[in-house]
Design a protein around this ligand. Structure first.
Ligand code: PGA
Length: 251
């Protein structure tokens, strides 16, 4: 059975002290809750070690927001998958639309990143999603199919089984415009059918597919009620413990 997951994506927000305080607050809130999902925070590289030391990872998982497409060497400013793993983190967001859009990430580099993440025992949260123009011109299903195929279908079924997907329509990220639960469900079901076509029904049914894009306490429950929506990747609302917990408790 696939897992339900709520993962925070802090993006480029908080100082180390602020981030540690937020992680501690979430960690404590979870101690008193009985969440019906796994809960993860993905944080800036600088925050990984101190946050790892501040939380109980059996309760709150920890991830990075990116990793390099090389293992080590002369790549000034980059942070590798082995480095991320050495902090104690176990997840890594890959292919976020902001990385694709602003830092030129392509399916080719993402295949390298996914391979290195898996080699180092990290669970990739692999992001896909169409831009507004593709939503409006009706090509969104094909766009997302291509992102899944090009980024991931080189994997064996066993390795594909370690991937978490996050569908994030770019037009809904940070805009306050959420996809309707029906739009999200249609896309999630489509993605699952694309996976089934390649790896078979069992792998497809076992893949967690998260929704991301202006997910909030007020709309999470109706999104998570849909059969193919297995949780959320949360940006803005992950920066306030009460909002993040409101989404966790929507399950
Ligand atoms: P948002 O971001 O929740 O602020 O829309 C989601 C994301 O980009 O992961």
């Amino acid at each position: 059975m696939r897992k339900n997951i709520v993962a925070g994506n802090w993006k480029m927000n908080t100082t180390v002290a602020e981030g540690v305080a937020l992680a501690k607050e979430v960690n404590e809130a979870l101690a008193g809750a009985a969440p019906k999902c796994d809960v993860v925070v993905c944080v800036p590289f600088t925050h990984l070690c101190p946050v790892a030391a501040a939380i109980d990872q059996t309760r709150l998982g920890l991830g990075a927001e990116n990793c390099a497409d090389h293992k080590s060497g002369a790549y000034t400013g980059e942070v590798s998958a082995p480095m991320v793993a050495s902090t104690g983190a176990t997840y890594v967001i890959l292919g976020h639309s902001e990385r694709r859009q602003y830092y030129g990430e392509t399916s080719e580099t993402l295949r390298e990143k996914v391979a290195l993440a898996l080699e180092n025992g990290l669970t990739p949260i692999f992001c896909i999603g169409e831009v507004l123009e593709e939503r409006e011109n009706g090509t969104f299903n094909e766009v997302v199919r291509k992102q899944v195929e090009e980024g991931l279908f080189n994997l064996s079924a066993e390795d594909f089984g370690k991937i978490v997907l996050a569908y994030e329509p770019v037009w809904a990220i940070g805009t306050g415009k959420t996809a309707t639960p029906e739009q999200a469900e249609d896309m999630h079901a489509w993605i699952r059918s694309v996976i089934a076509g390649k790896y078979g029904n069992e792998v497809a049914e076992n893949t967690s597919i998260l929704y991301g894009g202006s997910c909030k306490p007020g709309n999470a429950a109706e999104l998570f009620a849909k059969p193919d929506i297995d949780g959320g990747l949360i940006g803005g609302a992950a920066l306030k413990c009460a909002d993040f917990m409101g989404i966790v408790n929507a399950f």
